[in-house]
Design a protein around this ligand. Structure first.
Ligand code: DGJ
Length: 568
């Protein structure tokens, strides 16, 4: 009997469908082996890998982990957290130990082992800059400041930052980075294990607002380069006249962006993968009056792609496809600001680094609802890290993988392609619990989804929320009244949008069918129909392994017009 019911269900009603979506572009379909690239559609973005939208569910390994002895732990950590991508450094000092003699063994190992673990790679080029300093440049550069000049402070102190105004420095980095990209092409142009490249790491200068070396002084005394001024719609003039009180920092931003643009362009000439720069952005400071602004070169590396420098970077570094903030705060309102600042029509949103803790869940859900192409916490192989504060003041600990990142990626990884596609089409929405806001509405063109956070939810009561604000919801519109729904600590129901009700009050939404299931090779496979207690008070998502639900609604009149006009 049981068997009969099941087969009848499978045949008659359980849908096996591909995701409702417009077909991938012709080019994407016909060229599955095309190089990973970014696609822009109606001001939304997707990273396309092997012809399909790809969502980077990443994890960044610790700075000193891309070595044979430490990589095994890194791969295990990535697999344990259900990541699909590992972000790993390539060290200039290791790759070019003597000038012109390249050793790609570390890159080969990364690519080879990533493939063994079915993971994609983002390569992080630790070149001229690493956290606003020069610590990864090879010894032959460090030890020869005459040929490879350092950045100097206003009083002539030599910093552990390379001068961005030195052609010799630029030439050395360009040559090395071009060699790296040439090598990546030679080993990976078919497999596409490497999908993105970060050019430098948190560039800018720690220790001075700008470079005051002789070459820098000469450039600063001259005119703002004409093409750059034009791109910013500025009148030609010198730096002080053009940028006023921001002249020093703007000069630093221009010289850094221009240098990195040249490095990226040289790499792209060999193998044009999408390239980005990560950002140590300017965190707000909480200090005395008049000291409430962070200072360039002190609280953050001056001249990097910080919030105030985005336009300068966009004008001076067109070879950089995106500027990507590293986010290390637990202040959710700051996160919202940073999302708003870096998600622009000329900048896909991507978080290459974040805290690896319980903040992860709300951040990744919020970022996805705002079009992010990827997200990665930092230091996933945390056992490798000593218990010291990092530059952003976060204590790295040797504790095991926190459950929260893993539970998110366990849910999202099997549907990453669907999410990336739906985001590109503008059909993905999320809601994240906030203090005092345990109920939120997601407004979509044809329906509102109401997310109520925390359990229990007795009839007539406001939802209780969760003690640590862990409620989060994801709703994707597959068809006008069909939605893919999931989340954590949330109940989700659907109503006619308020504005639509005002226009036409005589309507209500009703569930036709709610299926729990999963996507297998892009095809929806229902495992059961939900009804009764599982749908009567919204779709409920509790626990660490929430289901995926596909719900089909229809519109029904709220009342009988005839009876309404002539009451019985
Ligand atoms: C940001 C940097 O980009 C990373 O390489 C690392 O240093 C982290 N800070 C935290 O330690």
């Amino acid at each position: 009997m049981k068997k009969l019911i099941l087969s009848a269900l499978v045949l008659a009603s359980l849908s096996v469908q591909t995701l409702a979506q417009s077909p991938p572009s012709q080019t994407a379909q016909n060229q599955p082996s095309q190089i990973p690239h970014l696609e822009k559609r109606d001001n939304r973005f997707s990273l396309i890998v092997d012809g399909k939208p790809f969502l980077v569910l990443g994890g960044q390994i610790n700075n000193s982990s891309a070595w044979p002895a430490t990589l095994p732990a890194a791969w295990s950590a990535a697999v344990a957290m259900h990541a699909n991508t590992v972000e790993a450094p390539v060290y200039w000092e290791q790759m070019e130990p003597t000038k012109g003699a390249f050793d790609f063994s570390a890159v080969d190992l990364l690519v080879h082992q990533a493939r063994e673990h079915h993971l994609r790679l983002v390569l992080l080029w630790f070149g001229t800059w690493k956290n606003g300093q020069n610590h990864y440049v090879p010894e032959w550069i460090k030890s020869d400041p005459k040929t490879h000049p350092r950045e100097e402070t206003v009083y002539g102190k030599l910093l552990d930052v390379m001068s961005p105004n030195s052609p010799a420095n630029l030439d050395a980095d360009k040559t090395a980075f071009a060699a790296l990209m040439r090598h990546v092409k030679s080993i990976d142009s078919t497999d596409h294990t490497v999908i993105l490249v970060q050019v430098e790491n948190e560039s800018g200068s720690v220790g001075s607002i700008r470079d005051f070396s002789p070459a820098a002084e000469k450039a600063f005394a001259g005119e703002v380069p004409a093409e750059f001024a034009r791109a910013l719609h500025l009148e030609p003039g010198n730096w002080v006249k053009t940028f006023g009180p921001d002249a020093d920092e703007s000069f630093a931003a221009y010289s850094t962006a221009h240098y990195i643009n040249e490095v990226a362009a040289a790499g792209k000439a060999e193998y044009p993968l999408p390239m980005y720069c990560n950002v140590w952005f300017a965190y707000p400071v909480h200090a005395l009056e008049n000291r409430d602004r962070p200072s360039a070169g002190q609280e953050y590396p001056s001249g990097g792609p910080q919030q105030a420098n985005i336009s300068i970077w966009k004008a001076a570094a067109p070879a950089i496809d995106l500027l990507a903030p590293d986010f290390y705060s637990d202040d959710f309102s700051l996160f919202r600001q940073i999302v708003a600042t870096y998600s622009r029509t000329d900048n896909p949103l991507f978080f290459p680094e974040s805290r690896f803790d319980a903040t992860f869940g709300r951040y990744i859900f919020y970022a996805l609802g705002n079009g992010a192409i990827g997200f990665a916490p930092f230091g996933i192989d945390r056992a490798q890290q000593p218990e010291v504060p990092n530059p952003q003041g976060v204590l790295a600990s040797a504790s095991p993988t926190p459950i929260n990142p893993a539970e998110n990626l366990a849910l999202l990884n099997p549907i990453e392609q669907q999410i990336a596609q739906l985001n590109l089409e503008g059909k993905l929405y999320t809601a994240v619990e906030e203090k005092g806001e345990a109920r939120q509405s997601i407004h979509m063109p044809t329906a509102d989804a109401v997310a109520s956070f925390g359990f229990p939810q007795p009839d007539g009561s406001y939802p209780p929320g969760t003690p640590t604000l862990q409620g989060r919801a994801l709703v994707a519109q597959l068809n006008p009244l069909e939605f893919l729904v999931t989340g954590f600590n949330v109940s989700i129901s659907f109503t006619v949008p308020a504005a639509e009700l005002q226009r036409q009050p005589n309507q209500q939404l009703e569930i036709l069918r709610a299926e729990e299931g999963q996507y297998i090779d892009g095809v929806w496979q229902a495992t059961r129909i939900l009804n009764g207690d599982q749908t009567d008070r919204g779709l409920n998502f509790r626990g660490e392994r929430p289901p995926l639900v596909r719900i089909l609604l229809h519109t029904l009149p709220l009342y009988d017009e005839a009876v309404h006009r002539n009451p019985r």
